[in-house]
Write a protein that binds this ligand. Sequence first.
Ligand SMILES: [Zn+2]
Length: 256
Amino acid sequence: MLIDAHCHLDHLGMTGASIFLSKLAEKNLEGLVVAGTRSRDWKFYAPLAEQFPSLHVCYGIHPLEISEHWEQDLEQLRMFLPKAVAVGEIGLDFHGMFDRAHISEMKRQMKVFERQLRIAQFYQLPVVIHCRDAFFAIQEILLYTKFDLHRVMFHCFVEDVEAARWILSNGGIVSYSGVLTFKKFGDTHDTAALADLSQVVVETDSPYLTPSPFRGEQNSPDYVRYVAEKLAEIKNISYEDCVAATAQNTRRFFGF
Ligand SMILES: [Zn+2]
């Protein structure tokens, strides 16, 4: 059955998320991997994961959710990691930041990203990376921290063929979202075609990035099947094979 390798449920509230999680099997979903992006989210997901074994949680500080107390937040993060499947989503988001006024913000993002990579190494956890307009900086930080690329997943992968080749040749995982179903978005179809089937997973990143034909509506993990359908078409395999392979890759990467 399908696994959504990256989504968010906090917008549903505790009751809404519980109801959703109790109906996963009806929706043909084997499980969900959610990303807690700030301390408030970590406290939201931890009790849900205790109650629902099909919920797997990544804990991290998203590059756009760095508070002024990020040092304390990192200390708190460590408390959640014994139950985490990965540190994430972490990374860099430099969209609209390439000017002098944002230099300190970019530096702060890089520092918090690097610190979380080192924490992941300490706890021997994989990482889920959020990358927006920042691939080269992320690549540089992964290289100088000597992070094992086999333990790196680029979520909502939209980078170019050259970036994909680097990630894939080093054993990393690329995760495709609803963007793959959009008519033509950069190199996404090309990178999906070249990736080995053992290095690809599917996600919704819901409530964001709703796939076609539902663009404009709020996204939901149910819609991960449209991403898997598109991936099967691009890779010229059956939908069932695509679901089986991506679910297996997700379990292997996160270790559940
Ligand atoms: Zn996300």
